[in-house]
Design a protein around this ligand. Structure first.
Ligand code: AMP
Length: 322
């Protein structure tokens, strides 16, 4: 069930002079695209407002500009009548710089497509899990509010829509998604190719890693998984952030769920879990911090024993739906 509508977000934005937009930890195309897309849209349509973007893109998507603001160097006067906005996230353990987000602003707004009851008290929430991307929500706000969309705003929001929808292939993609895409093209020089081409370039080491993964995955009772141990990461000169392509394991044969386990520097094992129908987020929540979307979630295994337990839980879930 959705919580509120796009209008809540517009109301929150219009009521504040200073707006600070945040993203989630381990940033991806959707949280970054939503964050920078929203900043550009506000700057274009409400030029009198001050908008800041807090965080770090960690070097990803270098073909777009990620000019973050440094919170510590922003004069404190901007905290008056201020709105903290989190896009594509919810709980404090999911927000990058959540201490800053929680403690500094007059009011807080959350725009998110994850169905989550949060530990943060928000003043304004628009949560709707039927959107393929938080960036689709941001672009939808622009369309419904009749905001002007610059080429830059279209590029950022499209990055989020493209990456979170798996290039328009997932279940939540619908007529609305294409209405929004059409609106992104209006009155500017946006072309999807300008984003699609740089996105499509493949890192050679990752290609080799994916080939290895596809030759060595384990398939057990319709659950497919691969373990990117530290040794494997090293073998392909990758790390915990780059040995990450879980969807290389998608939909092999009659499999229902696929998981990429990735050794982390702190000794935990991150699980990226995906499914083609069976809901898995409630299982991932047991491996804290864990959770996410119904069919795309993450979990944290403290050791190999927990990793095996998660696989067993997922196999049992498949059995339930047999
Ligand atoms: P990932 O595999 O990291 O791309 O995560 C898939 C989805 O699950 C994303 O939408 C995340 O927001 C969510 N997610 C991933 N890890 C966690 C976690 N530790 N706790 C809650 N949600 C998560």
């Amino acid at each position: 069930m959705a919580k509120n509508t796009w209008e809540v977000a517009v109301k929150a934005i219009e009521a504040h002079e200073n707006i600070f937009i945040f993203h989630h930890i381990r940033p991806d195309g959707d949280c970054l695209g939503s964050q920078f897309g929203l900043r550009e849209l506000i700057k274009t349509n409400y030029p009198e407002k001050n908008v800041f973007v807090i965080g770090d893109n960690g070097g990803i998507f270098p073909f777009l500009k990620w000019d973050f603001d440094n919170f510590d160097s922003i004069p404190k006067q901007y905290l008056e009548n201020s709105l903290g906005v989190i896009v594509d996230a919810n709980n404090s353990n999911r927000i990058q710089f959540s201490n800053i987000f929680v403690n500094n602003f007059t009011h807080k707004l959350r725009i998110d497509h994850h169905p989550v009851d949060t530990d943060i008290k928000y003043d304004y929430v628009w949560e709707d899990a039927t959107y393929a991307a938080a960036a689709e929500q941001v672009a939808y706000i622009a369309m419904m509010a009749n905001w002007k969309v610059t080429t830059k705003a279209a590029e950022y929001t499209y990055l989020g829509i493209n990456t979170d929808s798996g290039r328009f292939q997932y279940e939540y993609v619908q007529q609305r998604t294409f209405d929004v895409m059409s609106y992104l093209h209006a009155g500017n020089s946006f072309r999807v190719w300008d984003i699609n081409f740089p996105l499509s370039i493949r890192d050679e080491q990752k290609v080799r890693f994916n080939a290895y993964m596809l030759l060595n995955y384990v398939s057990d009772n319709k659950v497919v998984w691969f373990y990117a141990s530290k040794k494997v990461q090293k073998k392909f000169k990758l790390n915990e952030n780059s040995a990450n392509d879980v969807n290389a394991l998608a939909n092999i044969g009659d499999s229902k769920i696929w998981v990429l386990f990735i050794d982390q520097p702190d000794g935990t094992i991150r699980a990226r879990v995906r499914s083609n129908g069976i809901w898995i987020n409630h299982i991932c929540e047991k491996y804290a911090p864990g959770g996410g979307h119904e069919v795309a979630s993450g979990a944290t295994c403290k050791n190999k024993k927990q990793m095996k337990q998660l696989i067993e839980d997922l196999k049992a879930e498949v059995q339930k739906h047999a």
